[in-house]
Design a protein around this ligand. Structure first.
Ligand SMILES: [Mg+2]
Length: 492
């Protein structure tokens, strides 16, 4: 209210105001409540009178809220279009065609033959995700209009009151991707078209080179380069230690990943930090500068050692260095940035926006690397990609074997449509996985290509999927601990 309109206002100390209000004795003219400390000074009273802390006598009577809504305003939005296609059922399919525990959601609709698939794979806790979907999201969503992707995401997000986390986000991701799949099928377009269309013909990928010696890693990289890959991640096993990210089937079983063996070897960060710069010295000598090299620390060393390693690796011109710190050590990023210009990729363990928003807006990382199902699906991921674009951060969505082909297709839809795409991690799909999930994205010339089918373009042979149940494992697929020589458990 403008100051000149206050000719008939009454100014009262706040204690007087509260007393009169409680007795319903406020007059029908504007009344100002002045804080007790302010009322001691005429100047402050005068200043307060100019501020908009106006409470009228009418407010003091606290009318019912409905009096404030004009009668001709329509009811709040709700999806009540009787012609809409409805969610008829939400089903969870568990399968492990190549030994990795995958969780896929299938949404069936009121339109015969129309369904959608989404990835909800939290491979360390798949049965908990299944319960979250079947016992909570399914009854919450049956009957909803399949068109309302954003509203379904928002309402599902708060329906548990306490929200976020990998279990709930993966459950929501399964539903979310399936709804995008359905929308694409209805539009008869691949999902990337619904996101704005292509800005590139295909998604360049990086492949994984590894071995137990520098020579083996170099040979592995040469092999990939010969297949057309221009980006190669290089990891080397540390003798006698439990090294993550190296394809070493030491127990001879192709169905038991090395990191799932119940008894793990110890791990010492210093040995690793001394070895890795020598590996890249060897690789640059052997492979030259014509290949983009990447490396993943996998959050396995103390933060200050990770900073030292990053500084040492800077001279090898890496495309990026991945996951230098665990999410609990995000505070080290400003220190890392002050020490080196090595490009940083971060984020496969992030689930909540509070973990990554500041890193992006403060330009402390160069590639966002979240696992799309762990942040809640395509709906939040497309917003995250756009947010990163404003800050010059590129995308490098997590694309390991524990993402189903449906999830890889979701990655690809964003890869093709986001201007700030950086690189895509490639997981090679085994023969059995290709049979269970017809339509897997194709890899050619070091790039991932869309199959141009509507929606996410991936099918699911449920009969075949049922032939590959989760493999037996003493911890049901949970990761056994890896310890330092003194027994300390290491991250991640
Ligand atoms: Mg990683």
């Amino acid at each position: 209210m403008a100051h000149r309109e206050l000719r008939w206002a009454i100014v009262l100390p706040s204690a007087w105001f509260r007393a009169l209000k409680s007795y319903g004795s406020l007059p029908d003219v504007p009344v100002f409540a002045i804080p007790a400390a302010a009322s001691a000074s005429r100047n402050l009273i005068s200043q307060e009178a100019k501020e908009p802390s106006l409470v009228t006598a009418r407010d003091a009577t606290t009318p019912p809220a409905t009096d404030l809504i004009p009668a001709n305003v329509p009811t709040p939005w709700q999806s009540d279009d009787p012609s809409g296609i409805r969610i008829r059922d939400v089903r969870v399919i568990l399968t492990a065609p190549d030994g990795i525990r995958l969780v896929v959601v299938k949404i069936e609709t009121s339109e015969p033959g129309l369904y959608g698939l989404g990835c909800a794979t939290f491979t360390q806790r798949p049965l908990v995700v299944k319960t979250a979907i079947e016992e909570y999201l399914r009854p919450f969503l049956i009957g909803r209009d399949v068109d309302d992707i954003e509203d379904i995401w928002q309402t599902s997000f708060v329906s548990s009151y306490w929200r976020s986390g990998p279990v709930l986000h993966n459950a929501m991701s399964g539903v979310d991707m399936a709804l995008w799949d359905i929308k694409g099928k209805r539009a008869e377009m691949p999902v990337y078209q619904l996101l704005g269309g292509k800005v590139r013909k295909a998604a360049p990928c990086y492949a994984h080179a590894s071995g137990t010696s520098f020579e083996q890693v170099a040979d592995s990289a040469r092999q990939l380069m010969g297949q057309g890959f221009r980006h190669v991640r290089a990891q080397v096993a540390i003798e006698g230690m439990s090294t993550y990210g190296v394809a070493v089937p030491k127990d001879g079983s192709p169905r038991t990943a090395y990191h799932l063996r119940p008894v793990q070897e110890p791990w010492e960060p210093t040995v690793y930090c001394r070895t890795v710069p020598r590996l890249f010295d060897h690789l640059r000598t052997e492979l030259g500068d014509g290949v983009e090299l990447l490396h993943d620390i996998h959050e396995r060393v103390p933060p200050i050692q990770a900073i030292g390693l990053a500084k040492e690796l800077e001279r090898f011109n890496l495309f990026f260095l991945e996951d230098p710190f665990s999410p609990e050590n995000n505070g080290y990023f400003p220190l890392l940035r002050q020490q080196t210009a090595i490009p940083i990729a971060m984020g496969e363990l992030y689930v909540n926006q509070a973990e990554y928003v500041d890193l992006i807006k403060d330009r402390l990382i160069d590639f966002i690397r979240v696992h799309i199902s762990d942040v809640g699906g395509l709906t939040p991921a497309r917003k995250l990609a756009a947010f990163c674009e404003f800050f010059g951060v590129r995308t490098a969505w997590h694309g390991p074997g524990d993402v189903s082909p449906v999830g890889h297709s979701a990655n690809l839809q964003l890869d093709l449509s986001a201007p700030n795409f950086g690189i895509q991690e490639l997981a090679t799909f085994g023969e059995r996985t290709r049979e269970v999930f017809p339509g897997c994205p194709e890899v050619r010339d070091g790039m991932l290509w869309s199959n141009e089918q509507p929606g996410l373009g991936i099918g699911l042979d449920e009969v075949l999927a049922a032939k590959y149940p989760f493999p037996d494992h003493v911890l049901n697929g949970a990761w056994p601990p890896v310890r330092r020589l003194d027994g300390t458990v290491i991250t991640p």
